[in-house]
Design a protein. Structure first.
Length: 132
């Protein structure tokens, strides 16, 4: 670490509450996943599919992530989920308000990396904004 750089371990320079991917921001129940995938609109990209459906009345977007075994072993699936969650956390302001989203990784997502994941999800979220 260089001089003048905040220590990540101590949490200096950032507010954990501002950046966290909280429970309120996530789709958590199987019934919710099924409702969004069954009754929502589908947007497709090269590595991901995004299902979007009008959600709760509180006005914030909620995101769920699905990565099947077709993507790879457990280590790879967890890496893909981390890429998706981090991308959604960073573009929280760009997500369509009041819309529940489910991101489904395709097998090609394993080789994508964080950068292409972030740009593809931003593009899919932009397309889903018209759902409001």
């Amino acid at each position: 670490m260089g001089p003048g750089r905040p220590s990540v371990a101590s949490g200096e320079g950032r507010s954990k509450g501002d950046e966290a991917f909280t429970r309120a921001m996530r789709v958590r129940k199987r019934s919710e996943y099924l409702a969004i995938q069954g009754g929502g609109r589908r947007f497709t990209g090269d590595h991901y599919m995004m299902f979007a459906r009008r959600g709760g009345s509180d006005g914030s977007a909620r995101v769920g992530v699905t990565v099947s075994r077709k993507v790879g072993n457990a280590v790879l699936r967890n890496k893909v989920k981390r890429w998706v969650r981090e991308s959604c956390r960073r573009m929280r302001a760009e997500l369509p308000a009041g819309v529940d989203l489910v991101v489904v990784a395709r097998p090609s997502a394993a080789g994508a990396g964080y950068g292409p994941t972030a740009s593809e999800l931003a593009n899919l979220a932009r397309r889903a904004r018209g759902l409001r």
